[in-house]
Design a protein around this ligand. Structure first.
Ligand code: DHE
Length: 582
């Protein structure tokens, strides 16, 4: 394949939406080894924005002809495949800006060739890979010459219109009405059916399947353990009361058009008082009443990038956690690279500490003491560390691998280096082990003390538990089906050698699924920490499963199968999630 010289100049970035259910694998540029790895496959797809009906912006004299139908199709393609890197407003994120001053300068042919052939800088070859037809490439080239449409804002009036208090507090049970062991319950994302399954951690019985927003992303639990909050990619929050005879949604609220994160207040004295959600579009976070989801305060994240101090119009909200040391939410703003410590003790006089960290903050978790919060600035290959007791950045670590992706990370006591936290990577097989003990191991705190080598690139999640001697690493976005179907397990007490070996668990083989090419994703421990669950994530119309592994023997313990378990991905054990045990 040859790439036109013109196509090498613009440097458009990869925007391959990852969707196995739709059969859309990671798009690959043959020129770019990076684009064939997992990291290229893992960029936001603004799917729900793609469903909005948007007006064609006011025409300019030289605008190409585009019909309203074509415009709607092009907007959908743009939001689903391009906006993740180039931004909703086309002002750039990890990818270059595509504003009309730039696109009109380079012109139609250039854009058409660029979209067709891709670039070594990471832009997929949408045309030659067959992802887009010639007609679609032509349409997208014309679309980029027109002013971008702006999806609607979502202020208090719009939010209140979506708010449903299904069961008011006064009508809820005053005591637990079921015999479910709530602490050992798992909330399981059923991604493509828009539901969560509540599965018993001891009997594996499905207690409830609850309708949620589109492609639910994560579940979080209130500090008391009674309420479960889930958020869809369409920014719909369901608040579920686990005390009801059959747990069910008691309140709903839509906080925007695209979202990924939700959390609740955890500080002593503030338990269950507030919830907070962050959105990708509009770029903002919302503090809500913790018992009803009534929206109380909306705060925009638009503002200056931490280092260049240039304005960014759409900095997305990534991970949010709740401090255990202060009444604060820790809110990570992707494009501006700022970690916000939002003091919720007086939301009318809101105090926000703005920490300069690094751009492209994504996911992270606490160290074992819950004092330090570690978050990946993924596209920068770094992990930022905040001391949540004093409210300052105390470390910014190059992880040494390509695109760190920790989930919430894994905490354990290393035989040589003491307390550590680890992350795996999307871009390669390395696991960075980072010292987290400034008192006991001051020279090693916030440095990479060891690099492990697991199955391969395309890892998303790593997991252990305080009672476990094992560290589990997945690789669901690898290109080799044998790797995506397996888990690497390191024995923690044996990590004291230079290149520790790992065992391989053939999870997909254990699941015994006849059709499809499922991937293993996200290990989650039960409350006791003696078993770990893995999702075997297949296409929407094929059988999926959850495989339960005995942590002590590393043998298969159970396979949970049920026709209702459609595309299980994230799993959240109530006790571990509530107490930040990972
Ligand atoms: Fe996630 C966590 C964003 C794709 C499963 N994901 C997160 C968080 C963010 C995020 C910001 C941290 C939330 C927090 O802690 O508050 N995820 C994104 C994306 O933008 C991205 C790349 C593309 C998109 O369009 O959404 C994306 N994520 C995926 C998937 O394809 C996964 C594998 C399957 C799925 O269900 O969609 C997936 N993400 C998860 C899971 C977590 C998560 C399971 C929580 C892990 C944990 O243990 O805490």
């Amino acid at each position: 394949m040859t790439t036109p010289a013109s196509a090498r100049v613009l440097g458009l970035a990869a925007a391959a939406a990852f969707s196995i259910a739709a059969g859309i694998g990671p798009a690959q540029s043959q020129d770019d080894p990076h684009a064939s790895g997992g990291s290229a496959a893992y960029v936001p797809s603004m799917t729900t924005l793609g469903q909005l009906e948007l007006e064609i912006p006011g025409r300019k004299p030289d605008d190409p002809v585009i019909t309203p139908e074509e415009f709607a199709t092009a907007s959908k393609v743009y939001f689903e495949r391009c906006a993740g890197c180039h931004g909703v407003l086309r002002k750039g994120a990890t990818g270059k800006p595509l504003t009309t001053d730039i696109t009109r300068d380079v012109g139609y042919e250039y854009l058409r060739d660029f979209i067709t052939y891709g670039s070594p800088a990471g832009m997929p070859n949408w045309g030659t890979s067959g992802e887009l037809t010639e007609a679609e490439v032509d349409l997208m080239a014309r679309y980029l010459l027109i002013e971008p449409p702006a999806p609607p804002e979502f202020g208090m009036a719009e939010m209140l219109e979506t708010w449903e208090l299904i069961v008011p507090v006064a009508d809820r049970p005053t005591e637990k009405m079921n015999d479910i062991d709530i602490d050992n319950l798992f909330s399981v994302t059923l991604r493509d059916s828009g539901q969560v399954a509540l599965i018993d951690g001891a009997t594996y019985e499905i207690h409830a399947i609850i309708e949620t927003g589109y492609a639910v992303h994560i579940s979080r639990i209130s500090a008391s353990g009674r309420y479960l909050f889930v958020i869809g990619r369409d920014a719909l929050i369901n608040m579920i009361d686990l005390w009801m005879e059959t747990p069910a949604t008691v309140a709903k609220l839509k906080v925007g058009a695209e979202a990924r994160s939700i959390e609740t207040s955890k500080m002593h004295g503030w338990e269950d008082k507030y919830a907070v959600a962050g959105s990708y579009w509009p770029p903002q976070y919302v503090i809500m009443d913790g018992a009803t989801l009534e929206p109380l305060k909306i705060v925009s994240t638009r503002g200056m990038v931490y280092d260049t101090q240039e304005f960014h119009p759409e900095p997305r909200v990534a991970a949010i956690v709740a401090s255990h040391y202060r009444p604060e939410f820790i809110i990570n703003v992707k494009e501006t690279g700022k970690i916000l410590l939002v003091d919720y003790s007086d939301i009318r006089n809101l105090r926000v500490t703005e920490i300069e960290a690094e751009r492209f903050l994504h996911d992270g978790g606490f160290d074992s003491t819950k004092r330090y919060f570690l978050v990946a600035a993924n596209a920068r290959g770094k992990v930022a560390v905040v001391d949540t007791e004093i409210g300052e950045l105390v470390g910014l670590i190059e992880t040494g691998g390509g695109t760190p992706h920790p989930g919430r990370g894994a905490n354990f006591v290393h035989p040589v280096h003491g307390p550590v936290w680890a992350t795996s990577h999307l871009g390669d097989e390395t696991v960075a082990v980072i010292g987290t003990d400034p008192d006991g191991h001051p020279d090693e705190a916030w440095t990479v003390v060891q690099q492990l080598y697991a199955l391969g690139g395309g890892s998303l999640f790593i997991k252990t538990h305080p009672t476990s001697n094992h560290l589990y690493v997945d690789a669901p976005l690898n290109t080799d089906p044998e790797i995506t179907g397996s888990i690497a397990v390191f024995t923690i007490s044996e990590l004291g050698v230079e290149e520790p070996e790992y065992q391989v668990l053939p999870i997909v083989e254990w699941a015994d699924i006849a059709d499809g090419q499922p991937r293993v994703v996200q290990g989650e421990f039960n409350m006791a920490g003696d078993e770990i669950w893995f999702s075997v994530w297949n296409a929407k119309d094929l059988e999926s499963a959850i495989v339960v592994v005995d942590d002590r023997t590393l043998e298969l313990k159970a396979v949970i199968k049920d026709p209702r378990l459609v595309t299980p991905t994230g799993k959240f054990n109530v006790f571990n999630t509530r107490n930040d045990v990972y």
